[in-house]
Design a protein around this ligand. Structure first.
Ligand code: TXA
Ligand code: MG
Length: 321
């Protein structure tokens, strides 16, 4: 049985030994290890069954510490860090040699962020190495926002789960970087495009998959439940799939004709932030219900709604919209 608790000391002890400690963040829980220890990082790739070409994000607690591990910290990074850290923004920066190749999948840049969680900051403050932490789910599956999600997905090889309760943002960090004077967003997430642009002006969304140009097909199903998640107009889909046991993930309302206990609402007050906080939790619940498939619709496509839609689309295997 994996141990769960609130001990910062216990977390540090295990990280220093090269073990995997699950850390809470405001976005999702992460499988944390010493980012400078190749063997420890390797354990995370193996546990997640993650391909080695998919790099890990490093977490620390101050801008000065980040600067120890990167060659330059551009002015724009300084502005972003001052505005959004601690918070759900990862900045790609040119790495120093001390960050091993395995952590960044041999890329020249490393992703850094300062997460906004008291317990995790308590850990990061007291260690002199960054913690590499991918979301604490098997590769491709739904990300965890509660300790029980991790206990359902993993049985061994985790030394400790630091319990920070539910994640306040609920979807992964936005990833940003700089290329040829442009500011590019590689993954939309917890910090919205609207908020970024207020602070640094126009950003571009990087559409292609820079990291895995030859294998984007492999990543079509990400953040996915085991059940089919089907996107469309829910009533139309209900008719089409009437011979199946249907589960519904809805923004704000229940649908007549489907058992209420098989329906989950993301935010009855149409609050996109609440919807984001509830997204993965709801998908975990629906995936473990006695239903054959999950019907859902996209949310309003602005602010964090864009990031939610990105995750819903990647999580679904059949798009009918
Ligand atoms: O909110 C988050 O970012 C969470 C929490 C735990 O911090 N972490 C997270 O990690 O989402 P993960 O491994 O599930 O997703 C990280 C993604 C990778 O799939 C990769 O696409 C991108 O970040 N990434 C990491 N390092 C990169 C780099 N050096 N260059 C380009 N992309 C990078
Ligand atoms: Mg992930």
């Amino acid at each position: 049985m994996i141990r769960v608790g609130k001990s910062i000391k216990e977390s540090i002890k295990n990280l220093k030994k090269g073990k995997i400690v699950v850390i809470p963040t405001e976005t999702v829980y992460g499988l944390g290890v010493n980012a400078l220890d190749q063997d420890a990082v390797d354990k995370v790739f193996k546990l997640k069954k993650r391909p080695y070409y998919d790099p890990l994000i490093c977490h620390t607690d101050s801008i000065n510490k980040v600067k120890e591990f990167v060659k330059t910290f551009p002015r724009k990074a300084e502005i972003l860090a001052k505005n959004f850290w601690p918070g759900p923004l990862t900045i790609l920066l040119e790495k120093k040699k001390i960050i091993p190749d395995i952590t960044t999948s041999k890329l020249k840049r490393v992703g850094f962020r300062i997460p906004n969680n008291k317990l995790t900051l308590g850990v990061l403050e007291k260690i002199n190495f960054p913690v590499a932490a991918p979301s604490a789910n098997p590769f491709g599956y739904i990300s965890p926002t509660l300790p029980k999600h991790i206990l359902n997905m993993f049985k061994n090889d985790i030394s400790y789960i630091l319990d920070g309760g539910g994640c306040s943002v609920g979807i992964e960090s936005t990833i940003i970087g700089f290329e040829n004077k442009k500011t590019l967003v590689y993954r939309i997430g917890g910090i919205t495009i609207e908020k970024l642009e207020k602070v640094i002006g126009k950003v571009e969304i990087f559409e292609k998959n820079i990291i895995f140009p030859k294998s984007s097909g492999m990543l079509k199903n990400h953040y996915s439940p085991k059940k089919d998640l089907i996107i469309g107009e829910i009533r139309t889909l209900m008719k089409k799939y009437k011979n199946y046991k249907i589960g519904i993930l809805s923004y704000n309302k229940y649908y007549e004709g489907i058992n209420l206990k098989n329906q989950i609402i993301l935010s009855k007050n149409l609050n996109l932030e609440e919807a984001s906080r509830n997204l993965y939790k709801s998908l975990h619940l629906l995936d473990n219900m006695n239903v054959d498939l999950i019907l859902t619709s996209l949310l309003p496509n602005h602010d964090i709604g864009k990031s939610i839609n990105d995750r819903i689309i990647k999580a679904s295997k059949k798009n009918e919209f």
